[in-house]
Design a protein around this ligand. Structure first.
Ligand SMILES: Nc1ncnc2c1ncn2[C@@H]1O[C@H](COP(=O)(O)OP(=O)(O)OP(=O)(O)O)[C@@H](O)[C@H]1O
Ligand SMILES: [Mg+2]
Length: 314
């Protein structure tokens, strides 16, 4: 179990990329044609932008991909000048053993507008020898002249079943036992982010086997059953019991105040949807929950705020 699983299980070819089917099939066309325009990959974190870029580069440039590929982080602390110098030095040389060269620029949305205009000029200058792949989380932060020079690919969060299958595959390859509930819990927390999912899986596995309990421990979230017990006690008028559960969860499991409020909100909402709580009561509570949420974010002591919130449930 050496090294991070996210790297060990990073897909090496386009065929191994999970989900993103439309994108993968368009990228494979570029490989078949042996040429590509400038590309822009946008979308949330951990869904395969960098992975697909690398897989594309390897198959389109072939054996000598390393010599013809430059990877840069656009938000490099050393500034846009370094980025431009690197691009210039790289593009000045002819491609070796490949039809053209590729520059991959990550986090372009963190570049200032001025830097983006400079980048656009580089893109124009080297159209004959190099193609660019730009990666960002928000295409809206990219200036129009760059957007219009790129074919845009919008990556989406990965589907729950696809993440679950991938996690099971990795667990089996690592020879780790897992509970199905543990996988479901990871998938729920990860919200379509494969990197986050694989990292959670590895953390849970490092404590022994991949059980639901271990998953809750590594994400420092309270178990929904415990939140339910705590809310039940408060609604039944047993404030002391409810407060004890609150302390237990926050101290023993290290759940943050913000996560607690969120989980209380989810618990109460599910009660209304299941018809276990009156709409009127809910409307009163939601105001109190919102107030607590705000105060904790503003820096008030979370335990005091949460106890005050439970008191409102009585
Ligand atoms: N579609 C996918 N199929 C399989 N594994 C994936 C996929 N997307 C992400 N992963 C896993 O997550 C890791 C990180 O993915 P990647 O670097 O491609 O994310 P990204 O979309 O570039 O995110 P960011 O916006 O943070 O740069 C990969 O090494 C791989 O283990
Ligand atoms: Mg990336």
């Amino acid at each position: 179990m050496l090294g991070p699983w996210v790297e060990k299980y990073r897909p090496q070819t386009l065929d191994d990329v999970v989900g993103q089917k439309h994108i993968v099939s368009r990228l494979k066309q570029y490989v078949e044609e042996g040429s590509m325009p400038n590309l822009m990959f946008t979308g949330p974190a951990g869904v395969g932008k960098t992975t697909s870029a690398l897989a594309l580069v390897k198959s389109i440039l072939g054996e000598y991909w390393r010599q013809n590929f430059l990877e840069l982080n656009a938000s490099d602390a050393r500034g846009i000048e370094t980025v431009r110098t690197n691009i210039k030095n790289f593009c000045r040389l002819k491609p070796v053993g490949a039809p053209f060269r590729i520059i991959f620029l990550d986090e372009v949305d963190n570049m200032t507008k001025d830097a983006q205009h400079a980048l656009r000029r580089e893109m124009e200058m080297y159209t004959k020898t190099a193609s660019f792949i730009l990666s960002c989380n928000y295409s809206s932060k990219i200036i129009d002249p760059i957007q219009s020079r790129c074919a845009i690919f919008r990556f989406t969060p990965i589907k729950a079943e696809e993440i679950a299958d991938r996690l099971k595959y990795i667990a089996e390859a690592e020879g780790c036992q897992y509970e199905d509930e543990a996988i479901t819990t990871i998938v729920n927390f990860a919200e379509g982010d494969m990197r986050k999912s694989v990292n959670m899986l590895q953390s849970a596995a490092s404590t022994g086997s991949i059980t639901e309990d271990h998953v809750f421990e590594v994400v420092s979230k309270a178990k929904p059953q415990e939140i339910k017990k705590m809310v039940n006690a408060a609604l039944m008028g047993d404030f002391m019991k409810s407060r004890d559960i609150l302390r237990e969860v926050m101290i023993m499991q290290g759940t943050s105040g913000e996560d607690m409020v969120n989980q209380i909100y989810q618990d109460v909402s599910s009660r209304v949807m299941n018809g276990q709580m009156d709409g009127d009561i809910y409307m009163n509570l939601i105001g109190a929950i919102a107030e607590t949420d705000f105060r904790i974010r503003e820096g008030a002591n979370p335990r005091i705020q949460l106890e005050a919130l439970l008191a409102k449930f009585l």
